[in-house]
Design a protein around this ligand. Structure first.
Ligand code: ATP
Length: 517
């Protein structure tokens, strides 16, 4: 298994072992692509949501939040285009009976070409050492040029066939590239056909089509249909935004890669309403703001990149993904889209209700344009864990090499902020004193009290869930009211008075650290 594959396998088992994520309905062998968040998972997820909410709503005077219902009038999805066009191209392998997304099979082929290019570059780097000119090599090496040309040809062909909904050409491309079933190697494919990703259900009191409801496939439409309510009740002036966090549901064809692609997931979306003609200015603003948000938690810039959409949706006039380098490669983490007046305009046409804003500065009414930022909370969770999970060699109590697994999460997002540990539990005074400290600290942040096992093992348990600080109550504490405080990443221990613990921990776990600058 590749190093990255190995990291991913470890991450998945770490999530289960330490109570971050469980397979849904596991006792019944699980439900595919649906997951439950465990005790530490829910804390981390709540912290991610809190960080996003504060960055959007608390930090912007002109952004307000809502929480709209999952069920919406079925016409919503007609207006938004989801009933007619929220499809993925599906292809079945006749031998393995496995189902794939045709565009993803082609993308997989392109990923392999990229890997081949990178391998050539790495080989040459080793061969030429100091004098290696990477740019020149990429432009002139025969093999690299051939791979790059092929990549570009495939990219363009995929973009055109997807853009035009040309499923026949998509199938031809798969045949021409001799793409095989990744699991079995079979090339015995069906035709490509469209598959709608919305889950539907039925209202109890209305039979037939009339009572058909959908589970929302995105939270954005709850914002659009409330645009006027919010604008009027908050007296916001354009430009202003509406933010929402909530569940979304998609009947994904291929749902692999753990929580990266789920059938039930959570989105954090913000729609920014603005004057027509100013959309590209705001699009650039939000691109920059969102990248800053990602970088603030310590994600290295090399792990993040923008990727323009090859294929603009019919309603968009600019669209970019923020991609993160997951253990399985660079993939979409967030989308930033300039959606023009498509959504409000469609709702206006279908509902017959005016979706217009009177602009006092221009003295005219118009349907606002929208720039949206849309990020999956679960994908953010996965990105953070894959960056934070580290296995390292550190000295043990005897100074020998030992390995430890540590989650180097930003302290403001870590599930538990501080663990309080009596050095030993067989002397009653120590647990009693430690409980006293714990009861005081728990008023300020999430703490954990733990007295089971040797102190070293307790430190390791806290490292594994990312707790930034461990406070140990020992015999000296009984004499002078001091404790040792151990910092997760450096493992340095310092002796401090009990009265200072709260201040030290609060300083590092404060969300403010992420919101400034
Ligand atoms: P993809 O191309 O990966 O299917 P998308 O372009 O359909 O994603 P959007 O409709 O732009 O995604 O949704 C916004 C965000 O919601 C994505 O950037 C992603 O973080 C998240 N998201 C979308 N689908 C899923 C899913 N099935 N599971 C988890 N998160 C998802």
């Amino acid at each position: 298994m590749s190093q990255q594959g190995d990291l991913f396998r470890k991450l998945v088992s770490h999530c289960k072992e330490y109570g971050f994520i469980y397979q849904s309905s596991e006792i019944y062998d699980g439900l595919s692509a649906v997951y439950d968040y465990g005790p530490y998972g829910v804390e981390l997820k709540n912290n991610i949501k809190d960080y996003w909410w504060r960055a959007m709503v608390q930090m912007h005077e002109n952004i307000v939040g809502i929480d709209s219902a999952i069920f919406m009038h079925p016409k919503t999805w007609k207006a938004s285009g989801h009933v007619d066009a929220f499809n993925d191209p599906l292809i079945d392998n006749k031998d393995s009976k496995k189902r794939y997304r045709a565009d993803q099979l082609v993308e997989g082929y392109m990923d392999k070409l990229e890997d081949k290019i990178e391998k050539e570059v790495e080989k040459a780097r080793k061969r030429f050492g100091e004098s290696f000119n990477e740019e020149l090599f990429r432009d002139t090496n025969e093999r690299v040029v051939k791979y790059r040309e092929e990549y570009e040809m495939v990219r363009q062909r995929l973009a055109t066939s997807m853009g035009q909904g040309d499923l026949v050409d998509l199938k031809n491309l798969i045949d021409e590239l001799e793409i095989a079933d990744p699991d079995t190697g079979s090339r015995n494919w069906t035709e490509v056909r469209q598959f709608n990703l919305m889950f539907s259900t039925q209202l109890g009191n209305i039979a037939g089509e009339e009572g058909k409801l959908y589970l929302r496939p995105e939270t954005a439409q709850g914002i659009f249909v409330n645009f006027l309510n919010v604008q009027k009740t908050t007296r916001q002036k354009i430009p202003f935004g509406i933010a929402q966090i909530g569940k979304a549901f998609r009947n994904e064809i291929v749902a692999r890669q753990f929580i990266f692609r789920m059938r039930e997931f959570e989105q954090m979306e913000m729609q920014f309403f603005l004057r027509p003609g100013e959309e590209l200015k705001w699009y650039e603003y939000w691109k920059e703001a969102r990248m800053k948000w990602h970088l603030a938690i310590g994600t290295p810039a090399s792990k993040l990149r923008f990727k323009d959409h090859d294929n603009l949706a019919h309603y968009a006039n600019a669209a970019v993904d923020v991609q993160f380098e997951f253990p399985f490669g660079f993939k979409e983490l967030e989308g930033i889209h300039s959606r023009t007046d498509f959504d409000l305009g469609s709702h206006q046409s279908l509902s017959g209700k005016k979706m217009q804003y009177f602009d006092p500065d221009l003295n005219e009414s118009y349907v606002p344009y929208v720039v949206e930022t849309s990020i999956g909370c679960d994908r953010m969770f996965l990105a953070m864990l894959s960056e934070a999970l580290v296995e390292e060699t550190v000295p043990d109590a005897q100074g020998e090499d030992a390995s430890r697994v540590v989650l180097k999460l930003h302290p403001a997002l870590a599930p538990v902020k501080c663990a309080v540990l009596p050095l030993v539990r067989n002397k009653e005074e120590l647990p009693a004193k430690a409980r006293e400290v714990f009861n005081k600290l728990k008023l300020s942040f999430l703490c954990q009290y733990d007295e089971k096992d040797a102190i070293g093992r307790r430190y390791r348990r806290q490292d594994a869930i990312g707790t930034p600080y461990c406070v140990t109550v020992d015999f000296q504490t009984l004499e002078d009211n001091t404790v040792t405080i151990r910092e997760r990443d450096t493992m340095l221990q310092e002796r401090i008075p009990i009265d200072r613990i709260e201040e030290i921990v609060l300083k590092r776990v404060d969300m403010k650290n992420l919101l400034v600058g």
